[in-house]
Structures are given as C-alpha cells and as structure tokens.
Design a protein around this ligand. Structure first.
Ligand code: SF4
Length: 407
C-alpha cells in the first residue's frame, strides 16, 4: 500500500521502510573545469574549492538515507556530473569508502564514473579501477578538433584517444564513449569521420546525442545573434540513420534511442531509469524516485552544502523534510503510468503491455488503444506479441510519439 503524501515543509510524511526495493544510487558531482558552450546541466566552473565540503555533504546526505532504510542492496552506482573525474583521488576514495560504509553495495555492482578526457591519465585511471570503479563513460563528443573548440570542450581528439587507451590499459572492461552529432554546419561526412574513429577504438558502449540548443547557453546566444546556424533536424536525422546502420555493422546493438552496446555492456544503471525502477540521487540538483515519490535537491552546490549542514539530524522524510530536498511530488497514478510508458518506449524492446498493465492495475491496450492505433497508422509504433515499441522511423521522431501518452 502506498504511504500517504508529502508536502514540502508540511506535516505529512511517508514511511521510508516501504522503499527498500531501491537498488540504484546516483551521485551528482557538479564541478567542471570550464563550462561548455552548449551545456545547461547543473554544473559549475571555478567552484573546485567547494569539493571537500561537498563530499562531506554527500556523505551526510548518504547517512540520512542509509538510516531511513530507503535503499536496499545497491546494484548500480553512478557518478555523474559535471565532471566526477575532476575530484581529487583522495576525495573520490573518501566518497566511495563512505558510500560503501553506509550502503550495502553488491560485490558485482556496476560502478560507473563519467570522465572527461582532460581529467584522466593512466595513474588516475589505475587508481579508480583499483577502487572498484568498473565502468567508464568518456565524454568525447567529437574526434574533430575544430568541432571540439566550437563546443567549448577543452580536450582535443588526440587527448580523447589517449584517455580511451589509458582506460583499457588500466583494466576497464567496460568503456563507453559519448558523442554529439548535428552541430551547426556539420556535414554528414564529418560526422561519419568521428563515428568511424570511435568505432575503430572499439568501445563497449556508445551514447550518441543530437545537439540541442538549450536556453541561456553561449551557443543559443550565438545562434540568436546570427553568428552561426541552428542545428538542422533533417541533417541530424540523416546522421542518426547512418549511425544506426554503421553501429549495427560493428556489432553494437541499439537498445535505447541514444544508446548502443556490445553484448553484456548495456548500462544497468540507466536501464533502471528506463524501466521506471526506484533510484536515489545524492548531491546538488539530484533527483530521486522512491516508492512513487519524486524528490529534487537544491541545485546550487554552495547552498546544498549549507542546507545539508543545517539539516543535521533531520530525516529525508518526516514532519519536516530535510531542508536540502527542494521539492517532493507524488505524481498521480495516471502520470506515473504515462511516465513509465514514455520511458519504456525509449528502449528498443519497448513496453510489455501485460507487465506494465499489471503494475498499474490497468488494461493498457484499452487505456491507450486510440493512441496506439494512431501511432501505428503513422508508422511510428508497432505492436508485437503483447509489446509496443517504436519503429525505426518512430525512434527518429520519439517526441511526436511520446506526447500522445501524456496525461
Ligand atoms: S563537461 Fe559536461 S557537464 Fe561540464 S560543462 Fe561540459 S557538457 Fe557540461
């Protein structure tokens, strides 16, 4: 039975003892050496002086949750950012050891760290590997130096290749590469060259993202000022199709709209999101999804540190929610079901109508019959053996399909 609802700072609370099915832990590290031109993530340059206090705050927040019994055995631990690989090794060790003391991290847990090429070298990677990080996600973005400069990245293509090779030498058996395609003015041939360089390195996993213009970023301002063109969606679609075909030849299976993996290398942590499983997020701006509640932390690192310290002895639940938790929402069942369908449709395998229907006590075929028929008629969706999934065409127009499932 679902516990009663929470109001931020109000008097109602939920019972965390009902939340022990959470197996995924996300830790947000919001520091970057400099801010990229296109980035609207919760990340900050020139704030590294906050790192020791930030790690203290993360561990304090972890203590609150560990005491709440909200988290079961941790099967996936993901350090995202920002640039988690920017943390000094001593702080990374303190953080990892502290998390292991507070949570039951499974022996075979997937432990991912996002890293930028300029922030890792052979020594650091060996140490991270020895500390139990077993999956590295490298933010390469492009293997073209001019494109990297345009994006405001501070590494070059050679440094990216070095970082990849150093990760392999350090013993990382699972390495992912992130690339961005569809830059203003980028030709399909240029994208193909970056993709080919990535394929030649032989990563176990690739995440490919079409460049989007985010408000209030230097790149959006340059486009608004007419200094460069907008990304062209038709060219991006062509690049996406090319990527799907090329990666299939390279034995990388597409398992999500933006993600490809060799067998056995799908990102288990991100699969938990797409399967709408619970997760706990620690850190500035981190989100959690626990027992049907969505929580979001204060975004600014300095303020987050202050609020976690001010809430010493508080609980992440209770008559008053801990002050670093900025919002707590309980989506209604309709919204939760819609979120689960939309997230599940991101996966190539799609959504099992029976499993999701059982979870929500609803006949999904009846509930979404009209939407499914319309999307099938448009060639965006297909129903196969009780599953619904996006077609190849649908994967290129995901948002058009998703909005039909909004409540
Ligand atoms: S490194 Fe990543 S998080 Fe940091 S500014 Fe660049 S894109 Fe944003």
């Amino acid at each position: 039975m679902r516990p009663y609802s929470v109001e931020r700072g109000g008097s109602r609370c939920y019972d965390p003892t009902e939340m022990s099915e959470c197996r995924s832990l996300y830790v947000h590290v919001p520091f970057c050496r400099s801010k990229c031109a296109y980035c609207d993530f919760n990340s900050y340059a020139r704030q590294e002086h906050l790192i020791p206090a930030y790690v203290d705050a993360l561990l304090r927040e972890a203590t609150l949750w560990a005491e709440s019994r909200a988290v079961g055995r941790v099967e996936t631990l993901y350090f995202g950012g920002g640039t988690p690989s920017l943390l000094p090794i001593a702080e990374t060790r303190r953080l990892l050891d502290g998390l292991r003391q507070r949570f039951d991290v499974a022996t075979g847990a997937e432990v991912t760290m996002e890293a930028n090429p300029e922030s890792v070298d052979a020594g650091r990677l060996h140490t991270l590997r020895r500390m139990g990080v077993n999956r590295l996600s490298l933010g390469v973005q492009s293997f073209d130096d001019a494109e990297l400069r345009f994006l405001g990245r501070i590494h070059d293509a050679e440094r990216a290749e070095e970082a990849y090779r150093a990760a392999r030498s350090a013993g990382f058996a699972s390495v992912s590469i992130d690339l961005i395609f569809g830059l203003p003015g980028q030709m399909v041939a240029q994208w193909r060259r970056s993709l080919e360089k990535a394929v030649a390195l032989g990563p176990d996993h690739l995440s490919l993202y079409a460049l989007t213009l985010e408000e209030d970023t230097p790149l959006a301002r340059r486009v608004a000022a007419g200094e460069c063109a907008e990304p062209d969606p038709d060219v991006q679609a062509e690049m996406y199709t090319l990527s799907s075909e090329r990666l299939a030849q390279a034995s990388c299976e597409q398992y999500e709209i933006s993600n490809w993996a060799k067998p056995g290398h799908r990102c288990r942590h991100n699969l938990a999101y797409w399967h709408s499983e619970p997760y706990l997020g620690l850190g500035a701006g981190a989100h959690s999804y626990l027992n049907g509640y969505r929580l979001a932390n204060e975004r600014a690192p300095g303020r987050y540190i202050e609020l976690v310290a001010a809430g010493r002895g508080a609980r992440p639940w209770g008559p008053t929610t801990a002050p670093h938790v900025e919002s707590v929402e309980q989506p209604d069942a309709e919204r939760e079901m819609s979120d689960a369908v939309i997230l599940g449709l991101r996966l190539t395998e799609g959504v099992s109508m029976a499993a999701l229907g059982h979870r929500f006590g609803v006949d999904l075929g009846e509930r979404y019959g009209r939407e499914i028929d319309e999307l099938e008629a448009l060639g965006l969706l297909e129903s196969v053996d009780g599953w619904i999934r996006l077609t190849e065409h649908g994967r290129r127009l995901g948002n058009e399909a998703f909005q039909r499932f909004l409540p």
